[in-house]
Design a protein around this ligand. Structure first.
Ligand code: LLP
Length: 449
């Protein structure tokens, strides 16, 4: 059986100074310790408690802007639709909405969140392999920009639902290009063996069928090959080339193709990865899809939000194992599941100024959940971390809070937005009362003790 513990790397971990150097939103202040933008994180941890997610509005704006500029500099007519699954905090979505971002949503809940945050329906794309009748109807009633259909069965369903409510659905076909994005198996989506998209060889016939169905207006093609793509542009280029070829063939047959959705997936450096830059992605889009002269769309999640967030946690206790030091935190796999689920590596920095310069020794950092998989990292060089010491998990702004659960009856952590020197709680910590509140006891079980 595979080990449930995080992977062991063969290159040395980046040290605290290296982690900080690559993250302009974080600074070590001699007196206040770790700052996010202008706010000492210790101040937030003391006021709000831990575990807590903290997001930097300035970082969200900066990264959204960098992506938009890279696309514009490549001469592309491009729109950015933030993948709400990465972070569906209404405050985060509102910051991005104010910059002009649209959203990529995959459920009724995400559609509602995007709308509640002020993202216009006309900038929302609905993706996902299993949209229900209700979700399709809601999307059409809202008047969203497009639905990305993932199967022939879904195309028929969209036609039925749209016809029944007297709407015409703008539909893009998501192609499965069968290319290897060279990312973690659990987040690869563009291989024939993955459940996503329509087989490339079936796509042209289905597109033609869409044009003949009532309630459907075919508007283009979409592709998304995977997430946390760090190993070059080859996968992207191969996928976009296939989309270009198919779009050309469809146009040649007189079918309407208005725009192309290039998906998301651009990776970020969690440890020492060197992912392709936005300029490289823009260049690959330009080189492959540019000749078609169509508007393009992007659905990034992680690249925009990942580096914008941290998860703050407190040390519950340090425990000496037989030959290991365990740092037991009040955050656990129910909060940040990425290490348990994908062997993901997240930087961990102490918040107090003295701890940023104290002697280091190896530690396993774990949560209190009753599973060995509740291990954030093994053998990490960290200072002595007494009970009450505060730490931050870095790059936790994407697939952090959105993937958390209440496993072990642990309330959902608080969320905080930092904007320059200001900060506010944007989602209070779930209370224990709220955790139990929506359960209903069958009356035949009696009143209890
Ligand atoms: N578009 C579609 C259709 C997607 O399925 C996804 C992500 C995105 C866009 C955004 O991808 P991004 O730019 O964020 O890579 N929970 C995993 C990641 C799952 C990604 C699922 N799809 C993780 O924590 O690494």
């Amino acid at each position: 059986m595979a080990s449930p513990l995080p992977a062991v790397h063969d290159t040395p971990d980046p040290d605290f100074a290296e982690l900080l150097a690559r993250r302009p939103q974080l600074k070590a202040h001699a007196l206040d310790g770790l700052l996010m933008d202008e706010v000492p994180l210790v101040q937030i941890a003391r006021a709000v408690g831990t575990p807590s997610w903290v997001y930097s509005a300035a970082t969200l704006r900066r990264r959204y802007g960098a992506l938009r500029d890279a696309l514009a500099e490549a001469g592309l007519d491009a729109s950015i639709h933030f993948a709400a699954k990465a972070n569906d905090s209404l405050a985060v979505l509102r910051v991005l909405a104010a910059e002009g971002a649209g959203a990529d949503v995959v459920s009724e809940g995400e559609l509602r969140a995007a709308r509640a945050a002020g993202i216009p329906a006309g900038r929302i794309v609905f993706s996902g392999v299993g949209k229900s009748h209700r979700e399709i109807a809601l999307a059409l009633e809202e008047g969203i920009l497009q639905i990305n259909a993932e199967s022939a069965e879904e195309v028929e369903r969209i036609s039925e639902v749209a016809s029944a409510i007297g709407r015409v659905a703008p539909v893009s076909l998501r192609i499965n290009p069968d290319v290897d994005a060279r990312t973690h198996a659990k987040i690869s989506t563009g291989l024939a063996e993955n459940k996503f998209g329509i087989a490339y060889t079936d796509a042209a016939a289905l597109y033609a069928r869409m044009a003949s169905l009532p309630g459907i207006r075919p508007i283009g093609l979409a592709v998304h090959i995977g997430s946390q793509i760090t190993e070059g542009m080859a996968g992207y280029r191969a996928a976009y080339s296939r989309v270009a070829e198919l779009a050309q063939a469809l146009i040649g047959r007189g079918l309407p193709v208005e725009r192309l959705d290039c998906g998301g997936g651009l990776g970020i450096p969690y440890r020492d990865e060197v992912p392709p830059s936005p300029a490289a992605l823009a260049g690959a889009i330009k080189a492959t899809l540019g000749p078609l002269g169509l508007p393009v769309m992007l659905e990034p999640g992680r690249w925009i939000a990942g580096p914008a967030g941290v998860l703050l946690a407190s040390v519950v206790l340090q425990k000496r194992g037989q030959n290991r030091r365990f740092v037991v935190l009040d955050a656990a796999m129910n909060d940040l599941v990425r290490p348990a689920m994908y062997d993901a590596w997240h930087g961990i920095l102490p918040l107090a100024p003295d701890l940023l310069h104290a002697p280091l020794s190896p530690a396993d950092v774990v949560g209190p959940v009753c599973e060995s998989g509740d291990t954030f990292t093994r053998g990490r060089a960290l200072p002595d971390l007494p009970p009450g010491a505060l730490v931050a998990f870095l790059d936790a702004g994407a697939y952090g809070a959105t993937m958390s659960s209440t496993y072990n009856a642990r309330p959902l952590a608080a969320e905080v937005l930092v904007d320059g020197h200001r900060w506010a709680v944007t989602r209070p910590r779930q209370t224990h009362e709220a955790l139990l509140a929506n359960q209903v006891m069958p009356e035949w079980l009696g009143a209890g003790a």
